[in-house]
Design a protein around this ligand. Sequence first.
Ligand code: DOR
Ligand code: ZN
Length: 344
Amino acid sequence: MVSSLTLRRPDDWHVHLRDGAMLQACAIHTAKQFARAIIMPNLVPPITRVAEAVAYRDRIRRAVPIELAFEPLMTCYLTDDADPAELERGKRERVWLAAKLYPAHATTNSAHGVTSMERIAPALAAMERAGMPLLVHGEVTDPEVDIFDREAVFLERVLAPVLRRHQGLKVVLEHVTTREGVAFVEAGGSRVGGTITPHHLSFNRNAIFKGGIRPHFYCLPIAKREEHRQALRRAATTSSRFFLGTDTAPHTADTKECACGCAGIFNAPVALQVYAQVFAEEGALDRLEAFASLNGPQFYGLPANEQRITLHAAPLSAPESVAVPGGDKSIVVFRPDTAVGWSY
Ligand code: DOR
Ligand code: ZN
């Protein structure tokens, strides 16, 4: 029985840190676990200009104690009017690393997202030239398509043609939730990567409805059937194309526990512990460092971190919720139904 596990300090390749009081509440939890994190740009209004990303990066840095040595990696939010020159400039000036595609109305704060891939063809060509990866929320928004099929349909209808049209574009399929998503990433070669969240590895869609409707298990893409969860567990523990991306997405409890609750799971305080539990269950603890600390830097062409962290085999200890400063609101922390035997 392994009692501790030491790894290179991991990175989180998909994070929502929000802004203002939410940023103050949340950023530290990501920074305590991860050296670097790719910061999602779906603020209100979204981050579309270089100057906005610089200012947001400063706010994030100020929200995290300096001794944690946390590095936010910024992204640009693509709209129909995405400016190729602005994208290239932000990359050249080392402000942002990648750009995020939200299909319009696919998820939280995606109203300014892209309505058709033709509209952003010049932006994608610029990204291809600049070596700037496209990070994809991979769901169609067609209301005729069943919510559980939206990822698989997106791959066929939208993402495959993009890869054919832009042969040099690097793409990350974010928060993969289906076996079709796994197969798509594996077939894409070294220019295609995928991130997998701790929550999609630890529960299937039954959890959302167990004993009643449970808003803290609701996120987008929505959790799928067990066979898909099994495909994700195999991908995370065996394939170098996949890397850690928590998609930690905080919403205050009141905005989730209501008639039309927000999508998003706040897992930052427990992310590494849950991943370790999953890898232990799969008999693959020796593969956790590749998933958490090596595959991501390799995809992005960045050095792996030199510091080490140690996880201990002990029951998870984490707060049930995190308070938002300046009011009486709080954010519920993700907790799987099954036991987590790792602490950090
Ligand atoms: O569940 C989600 N929450 N999925 C997303 O794609 C966005 C995120 C958020 O920003 O809350
Ligand atoms: Zn996200």
